[in-house]
Design a protein around this ligand. Structure first.
Ligand code: NIG
Ligand code: FE
Length: 416
């Protein structure tokens, strides 16, 4: 580096997890420098010239800290009204998620509460949930709509999702999930609702640039595989990436649907069959595992992790934070469950919340620590990275860096 290229900030004395290989690309005695919102240098501290004070405007000498890319939660539903404590009680008494949904509870009850909430209420509540995730090192957050199920309410949810980023040091990737459930007013008129989603909601969300992806809940209680294909094709035609809630409660062929339309990911996958795994591998579809939902619903099935691994499917891990099936905003608990419930290694869980999650969201400027990537980091007060998956307690986050700038680690009480 020449004198004119002085760095803005330099961190030394940190362990680095660059996330560039299956062992996390670790550099135990590392250093990382930024210029503007980008990583300008990354490597072993002993490769730095001796005159460290002159290398950057601001030098952070650390000790006992590991530094990872900011975590990426690539599947959440944190914009919603009301709560589902009533469903929780019903499930504890033995009713299933599907039975509750069929009797007008479940997603439909959250739709009623969301439609009734003001946009300000939706933003404030979602920002509090996002603050929990931020306190766990999340700097990029996907948020889905799907509790509006009509043009105006779906767009309002996406606007609320975007506004969460005004309050916190994170980026929001908004996903349109208008095909989350058949709205009650369309019972008996499925095709009319599909036409509304395909002809109006998807094009309008794309035109207003309120979403970068389209998602669909493919399940007996929601939309069939052929219907999911239509939704995702309409999304692709509008320039939106494809996502699918697939094979969560039954084998609906969701993995094959995702591959057939070139979707970025298929999510949940407890009932994914061998054929689905093969299709996902061939189509380079990422698997997004959501252990919070399997835990909350007491699922007795697990996604076929060994088969996914063997066939080279990229595995991401996300919170699925939502009021019904995963009322969890503690990202450390999610990493822990990915290991304990689904059998991922800590390395797989951490790659799943960084580089693989970035791929799911088609954000190729983040998820690894490499020169030119966005300077979003989490600094952790841990002796080894395994601890991020091991403790289920208060967050070991020491500090956050977003777009090259150190930001205060936000706690729930700081949210609006
Ligand atoms: O990812 N499976 C469908 N959608 C959500 C649940 C939403 C809800 O129950 O409110 C999920 O688990
Ligand atoms: Fe979900």
């Amino acid at each position: 580096m020449g004198g004119s290229e002085r760095w803005e900030r330099l961190w030394t004395g940190v362990g680095l997890a660059t996330m560039t290989d299956p062992s996390l690309g670790t550099i135990p005695d590392g250093a990382i420098a930024t210029r503007g919102d980008r990583i300008a240098w990354v490597g072993r501290a002993d490769a730095l010239p001796a005159n460290q004070e002159q290398l950057a405007d601001e030098v952070h000498r650390c000790e006992g800290v590991w530094l990872t890319p900011g975590l990426i939660d690539c599947h959440t539903h944190i914009v919603f009204g009301g709560d589902r404590a009533g469903d929780f009680r019903r499930r504890l008494r033995g009713e299933s998620y599907a039975e509750i949904a069929r009797s007008g509870g479940g997603i439909a009850s959250t739709v009623r509460a969301t439609r009734a909430a003001t946009t300000e209420e939706l933003v404030a509540d979602a920002a509090r949930r996002a603050a929990d995730l931020s306190a766990w090192g999340v700097t990029t957050l996907e948020i889905k709509s799907g509790y509006g199920l009509e043009l105006e309410s779906e767009l309002r949810m996406l606007e609320a999702a975007a506004r969460v980023a005004d309050h916190l040091p994170l980026d929001v990737a908004p996903t349109l999930l208008a095909a989350h459930a058949l709205p009650p007013e369309y019972v008996g008129r499925r095709d009319e609702y599909l036409r509304l989603v395909i002809d109006e909601i998807i094009p309008e969300a794309a035109r207003q640039r309120l979403a970068t992806a389209v998602d669909v809940f493919c399940e007996e209680i929601a939309f069939s595989a052929p219907e999911a294909v239509r939704i995702l094709q309409a999304g692709a035609a509008a320039g939106l990436h494809g996502r699918i809630h697939a094979d969560q409660l039954s084998d609906c062929g969701g993995g094959q649907v995702a591959a057939s339309v070139g979707a970025r990911s298929a999510d949940h996958l407890e009932f994914l069959a061998e054929e689905g795994v093969r299709a996902m591998a061939a189509g380079e579809v990422c698997a997004v595992l959501l252990p919070g939902a399997a835990y909350t619903l007491g699922a007795d099935r697990r996604p076929p992790v060994a088969a996914l691994r063997k066939s080279g499917v990229r595995i991401a891990v996300a919170s699925d934070a939502n009021p019904g099936s995963s009322p969890i905003t503690h990202f450390g608990a999610i990493l822990n469950m990915a290991c304990i419930l689904f059998g991922l290694t800590p390395e797989e869980a951490l790659l799943g919340a960084t580089t693989h999650a970035a791929r799911v969201l088609a954000l190729d400027d983040r998820g690894t620590l490499q020169v030119g990537m966005r300077a979003d980091f989490a600094l952790w007060r841990v002796k080894e990275l395994t601890e991020l998956c091991y403790w289920v307690g208060s967050s070991p986050l020491a500090s956050l860096v977003k777009d090259g700038r150190p930001v205060r680690s936000v706690r729930q009480s700081d949210a609006p």
